[in-house]
Every structure is written in C-alpha cells, then in structure tokens.
Design a protein around this ligand. Sequence first.
Ligand code: SF4
Ligand code: SF4
Length: 361
Amino acid sequence: MALSRRSFLKTSAAGTAALGASLLDNPTMRSAFAAAVQETPVVWLASGCCSGCSVSLLNSLAPRIQDVLLDQVLPGHHISLNFHPTVMAASGDLAMQAMYDTEEKPFILVVEGSVMLADDGIMCEIGEDHGHGIHGKEHIKRMGSKAKAVLAVGSCAAYGGVNKANMNPSGSVGVKEFFKMEGIDTPTINLPGCAIHPDWFVGTVASVLLHGPEAIKVDEDGRPEMFYKKLIHDNCPLRGQFDKGVFAEKFGDEGCLYKLGCKGPVAHADCPERKFNSGTNWCIDNRHPCQGCTEPEYPYENGMWNTVPLDTVTPPSTYPPIMTDNKTSVDVTPGYAALAGLAAGAVGAKVMGKKSDSDKE
Ligand code: SF4
Ligand code: SF4
C-alpha cells in the first residue's frame, strides 16, 4: 500500500497528538481507564540516537500508535507513555518531573540509542539540574536500576550500532553492556534493527505485560526468538537465485544481492515475512542488500558493500529437507559452487544440515 506524504504527516500528527494527550494527564481519560484496566507507565529515553526508531513506531499503521497508547495492548493492560523527549507535550522541569514521578510505580524503561561514555558522557545530555546538563548515562543508570524491565530499542541501544562503528569517538556501548559495567541486573531485552519494526516493539511490550520479561525466550544476543529466530537468507525471495548461482554484479542487475554485500546469510529477523510500513516493502524487495542491521556486528567492519563469510547457511525454509540415513541434509547448490571463485577469505561455504521437526524437538 502506497503511503503518500500527506498520509504520513496525518498519521504522525495523530500519533503525536495521542502521545501528547497521554502526557497531559487528562483526568477524564485516566479515570475511564483506571476503573477496568491495569496501566503500566513507560519512560522512553533517547540517548545516542537519530530518533529513527521513534519515527518507525509513530509510522505504524497496524496497530496505530494511538491504539497502542490509548487502547488496551492486551485485554486488561494499557501502557502510558509518561516520558518521551521527542514527542511529549511537556518540556523543561515539568517533563523531567514526569520522568521522576514514574519511578514510584512499576514501570518499563525503553532506551533508544547507545550509551555514550566518552568524556564522562558529555556527548549526550537529557535535561538539566541547576543549569547543568544531565548525561544520558546517568538517567539510564538511575531509571534502569529501578525499572521492572528494560527494552533496548534499535541497534544502537542493543549493541552500540552505528555509533560504535570504527573509532567509536563517543565511547558508545549497548545498554546491556553498560548495565554489566554498573552491576545492574534488571531484565533487559534487545530489540535491534536500524530502525526497529513497530511490531517487534509492540509484541514485546505485550509479552512483558502478560507474562513478565523473564518469560520471553531470547537468543544468545538477547533478542526475542519470536521475531529474530529466522535467517533472512532462508526466507528471502531471491534465495532461488542464490541457489542457482545467479548473482547481481552491480545495482540494477537481476539476481541475488550477495555479491553486493548482502548480509542476509548472517542476519536474523522476520523482515521477509513481516515487511515494513505495514507490510508495504522491505530492503531486499527494494533491491537493496540486507545490511544485517539486527546483528551485534552491524554496521560491519568489512564495509557495507563487501561480502560476509558463509559459515552457517541452512537450506531455505521453503525447501523440504533432504535427509540421508544419518539425518544430515546433502544440498550443495550451484550457488555455493559459483561463489567459490570469490576473493580468498571472503567466502567459506559450508552447508549445514536442516533439522527435521523431530530433531528440533
Ligand atoms: S544473499 Fe541476500 S539477496 Fe541473496 S538470497 Fe540471501 S538474503 Fe537474499
Ligand atoms: S532486511 Fe536486513 S537490513 Fe533490512 S531491516 Fe531486515 S535485518 Fe535490517
């Protein structure tokens, strides 16, 4: 579905209005909800970030942001965004007080952006105290130690992201790494992506409200498996071209985008099925290589347009597994053979067995 500039602005304005209404603490609205619904406050801190993840969430059309904030995320559960530096109606001391008041209740902390540590964190300030800027890391430490759960939203908050790229002048780290340094053990869930998909945020919030953060099954990089378990490469519509050995050599060519630096073979997320902008499009349908924005290594030291090694590629999800007696699949495709000619060290293809359902059990 095409999204015109007019629709975009209308949706964003509606989202902002909804957020503002929440922050104005409308008594009628509050009493109406309070009777039947359990409300969980949310504090959204923007640290070292471009606000892209906020924009992605505000653009969500299904569910719309006003539905997330004003309707029940789940039957009986509603969230109240008490602090968001980009869209909240309040400013100055009033805004800061809204954040500090939230400390008194069980709340969810959302961090967007990396934690900047260089020069004692002076590169990121949120609010002031007697005319002196308060460093973002101080807020994250204070609120993170009191929250009932923390969501590290976007690649920067999860792992340092673009801010942590080569040289890392801001001394950026992800939230979990920062908590480890500070001895904070609040359950923290990583939701990487540059930017995140709104569903990844809303779905995780719903799970936290329903069962608590401990019940969310995460992988070794702290990402919820319900969104980040699958490899992009295994569900990519161009996978057939990869397996046939048909590769684009330059932008605009037909074929799989691997040789143009596609990180799909190592990136985990459900982008091919979910797509962005309410299912309108996603990177590879737009003929752009996957940048692997959900991985801790993003944005990749070897560069955006260079290939990643193919160490653990499984057969695509759409193919039935071909099993031998010892249940190891034997699928060496022409695609792998074609790639064997690429620069030494760039590719080491090894096809892993695709496990049957009984094996997975
Ligand atoms: S390398 Fe990239 S473009 Fe090619 S099949 Fe894999 S995910 Fe799709
Ligand atoms: S396709 Fe790749 S680069 Fe695009 S959003 Fe998904 S993980 Fe990120």
